[in-house]
Design a binder for this molecule. Structure first.
Ligand code: FAD
Length: 529
């Protein structure tokens, strides 16, 4: 695919393999455009692996009157859950307690949830349910009783953000796109006033390739303005960055029975979600002007989140020492540029067109990625004077949700619990992992004792999912860094050994991979053994 970058002329080159770029590449490739997608790091290496993992309508936008936006997001949630990605998106039931004097008030929440259920056509068993204070106490005994007036349960969706992104990338490739990670766009080339090529640095060998394209899409997330300035040094800022932090806390230290929606004194929502052997708490929302490669949770973030939890739950005295890991992402919030036509600026995401023809996509939500991509590809088709077809992404499932017809003798040889876990992560593509495992008895073993990830997954990630580093595997292909932070750290040497064998790394490269992963774990993810 690297060779194709310089050999072909593409209809569209997409810069950035986060969820937006990945979904645009998939949609465009499925509509038979010639597509290239490049990312300077790993796919989903930035914001798209650091979200709250919710596939949701966004309950909090209802009181602000953004009904259409919530309606669209709920439709996308339902599509992902039932049709296009049921292996990656699952229902989650939240319990939201009401405390006297807290905003949003009981009435506003119940009105919002009623609308939410109507918009999502929620089936009866999943509709919101009002509870008395004593019932809330019964199902979540650690919630403080003082000032509690009752609560409500409701359903939403949760998913694996990085794998949803990756499956979009893979599907783009299945439909003919050239997709390359660790390939950074360093410059644009133009013919007259229009862009017609990008200079891409292959970060694995340092070579610079010229990629010719009729249209260029900038889906660079937090770096979107850098790309816009590379095109037009004088252009006004299009985005504003805010940081959102999540904490990973050992379940024994925060033994909640339910996923909770808590609020702070200003009515801001904080989620508390059981996450394997851990509990995820997040998020924050603060302006960010720092180093975009080193986005971390600082002391204020920790104190804020632990205070919200401590305020709602009694007998839970958490300190910074209880935080096993953390992760932080940057929201690229739209800042309207003066040259943007209002009609091309939807309520949430921003789609900007520069005079050079560069199309920039910023903001939006993981949940609405398919819809954002559809709008961008419609625009590309319009600019290329191609007919605008109905997007196949409306109905075609992601790769792991497609039915398989072949017999699968390899899977039946795996223990049933391993099969279940592989199905949960890879959907129907789990059969490919089983086929890899069948080649070598050692590959059926877990990475380390007690860990649920098997060694075959490392080989599979290299051969079928473009994993190039230990972090690619432990952070994004499996989310082990968030779901089992200490196991991830302890598994790094074996992952590096397996990768070294498959990718023919020398001993120095293997050791540097382990060291780099450890450094990343400590500095960015706050994992300390
Ligand atoms: P990114 O994922 O940041 O991707 C941009 C990519 O561009 C990066 O991979 C980067 O390496 C690449 N790039 C940059 N410059 C270059 C270059 N020069 N050359 C090549 N590549 C380049 N949404 C939900 O629906 N549900 C949630 O629960 C939710 N929670 C969130 C919580 C937080 C804390 C945050 C920050 C966001 C959350 N979101 C959520 C929103 C969602 O995560 C984002 O909208 C989405 O991930 C943005 O994706 P993106 O593709 O625009 O950006």
């Amino acid at each position: 695919m690297v060779t194709r970058l310089s050999a072909d002329t593409f209809d569209v080159v997409i810069i950035g393999g986060g969820i937006n770029g990945a979904a645009i590449a998939r949609d465009a490739a499925m509509r038979s455009l010639r597509v290239a997608l490049v990312d300077k790091g790993d796919f989903a290496g930035a914001t798209s692996s650091r979200s709250s993992k919710l596939i949701h309508g966004g309950l909090r936008y209802l009181p602000q009157g953004h009904l259409k936006m919530v309606h669209n997001a709920l439709r996308e949630r339902e599509r992902l859950r039932h049709l296009t990605a049921p292996h990656l998106v699952r229902p989650i039931q939240f319990l939201m307690p009401f405390f006297r004097g807290r905003r949003p008030g009981r009435l506003a929440i119940v009105a919002g949830l009623t609308l939410y259920d109507v918009m999502a056509l929620t089936p009866k068993p999943e509709r919101h349910h009002l509870l008395s204070a004593s019932r809330v106490q019964e199902i979540e005994p650690r919630l403080r009783v003082n000032e509690m007036t009752g609560g409500v349960t409701y359903h939403d969706g949760t998913g694996d953000d990085a794998r949803i992104t990756l499956e979009n990338v893979l599907d783009a490739a299945y439909h003919g796109a050239a997709v390359v990670n660790y390939a950074a766009v360093e410059d644009f080339e133009r013919s007259g006033s229009s862009l017609n090529a990008v200079a891409v640095r292959d970060l694995e060998n340092g070579t610079l390739v010229n990629v010719r394209a009729r249209r260029i899409v900038n889906a660079a997330g937090p770096w979107a303005d850098d790309l816009r300035r590379m095109d037009d040094a004088g252009c006004a800022a299009g985005i504003r960055l805010t940081k959102g932090v999540h904490l990973v806390i050992e379940f024994e230290r925060l033994p909640v029975r339910n996923a909770l929606v808590l609020t702070d004194h200003h009515g801001r929502i904080v989620f508390v979600m059981p996450y394997g052997r851990y509990v995820l708490v997040g998020t924050t929302d603060t302006d960010f002007n720092g180093d975009r490669y080193m986005v971390t949770a600082d002391r204020d973030d920790l104190e804020y989140l632990l205070a919200v939890v401590g305020d709602a739950l009694h007998e839970v005295a958490l300190t910074a020492g209880d935080v096993v890991a953390s992760f932080a992402g940057l929201r690229a919030l739209p800042r309207l540029a003066t040259n943007a036509r209002p009609s091309s600026v939807p309520r949430e995401e921003v789609i900007l067109e520069s005079p050079s023809g560069l199309i920039t996509v910023a903001g939006g939500k993981l949940t609405t990625h398919r819809r954002i991509a559809q709008q961008v590809v419609d625009l590309i088709c319009k600019r290329l004077s191609l007919p605008i077809q109905k997007s196949p992404t409306l109905t075609v499932p992601l790769p792991g949700a497609r039915a398989i017809v072949e017999d699968d003798p390899a899977s039946t040889k795996l223990p049933s619990e391993t099969r279940r876990l592989l199905n949960e992560r890879y959907g129907t593509r789990a059969t490919l992992v089983a086929a890899v495992a069948a080649q070598d008895a050692d590959l059926i073993n877990p990475l380390i004792d007690g860990c649920s990830t098997i060694r075959a997954e490392v080989i599979f990630a290299i051969r079928y999912e473009m994993a190039r580093s230990v972090g690619d595997f432990l952070v994004r292909r499996t989310s082990m860094t968030w779901k089992a932070p200490l196991d991830a750290l302890a598994s790094a040497p074996i992952v590096a050994r397996l990768m070294a064998r498959e990718l023919r790394w020398g001993p120095a490269h293997e050791m540097s991979e382990v060291n780099q992963f450890k450094k990343l774990s400590e500095s960015v993810h706050g994992i300390i053994r």
